[in-house]
Ligand binder design. Structure first.
Ligand code: ZN
Length: 215
């Protein structure tokens, strides 16, 4: 953590371009005191944004939420906060609830390539035999290219090892993640975020956050 803080200072001093934004990275593992100390020291430096690093590396979701919740109040209120490497749709919403603005994650694309789709009714495993003759799309309300086709056809593409399958499912999952974030922004603006999260959880079949399942 101390090394990260020294790096941050050196990065600011080494900056030569005005067209690049620099994000400091808060470290400190699962130790609340270290996280707060790190966030406080980095916040005194003039970064354009702040990242929370070292999470989503195998710890329980409840631990990640605990550290995010402890860290965010010690970051500047009017600069973006970025939670690195997160996560499942439920993690996005739980983290937004705790003050995070930005995310990056391999999950929508990697899971898409591996025949797993994210939907409002939870995760769908495309290869499942029960979808063999399914004529409805994966998600009737999704505007993406994959959802113009039947679920049975998507399954066929994976079974036949057609590259179009992973391509279409990647597009679907990215569309889904973008939709969840857009809906979350709308819900925050209309002051209905808590209800939105609880509706989403009900659809995903999540009773509480410790119950969240990658599937
Ligand atoms: Zn879709």
């Amino acid at each position: 953590m101390e090394r990260s803080i020294r790096w941050a200072g050196r990065c600011l001093n080494a900056a030569t371009r005005d067209d690049q934004a620099r994000f400091a990275i808060v470290q400190g593992g699962l130790d609340t005191e270290l996280r707060i100390q790190c966030a406080t020291e980095l916040s005194s430096m003039n970064f354009e944004g702040f990242a929370v690093g070292g999470l989503s590396v195998g710890e329980a979701p409840s631990e990640m939420y605990r550290i995010t919740e402890a860290t965010c109040p010690h970051l500047p209120e009017h600069k973006p906060r970025y939670l690195m490497g997160v996560g499942r749709p439920i993690d996005l919403l739980e983290s937004v609830d705790r003050g995070i603005d930005l995310f990056d994650c391999v999950m929508p694309t990697r899971n898409g390539r591996n025949a797993m789709a994210f939907t409002d009714r939870g995760n769908v495993k495309i290869r499942n035999a029960k979808y063999r003759e399914e004529t409805r799309p994966l998600d009737e309300h999704c505007p993406c290219l994959a959802c113009r086709h039947s679920l049975g056809y998507l399954r066929h593409l994976f079974v036949a090892k057609e590259m179009l399958g992973p391509i279409l499912l990647t597009i679907h999952n990215l569309t889904y993640y973008q939709r969840v974030m857009a809906e979350a922004r709308q819900a925050i603006e209309s002051d209905t975020f808590a209800q939105y999260v609880s509706d989403k959880k009900a659809g995903w079949g999540i009773v509480d956050e410790s119950d969240a399942n990658v599937g």
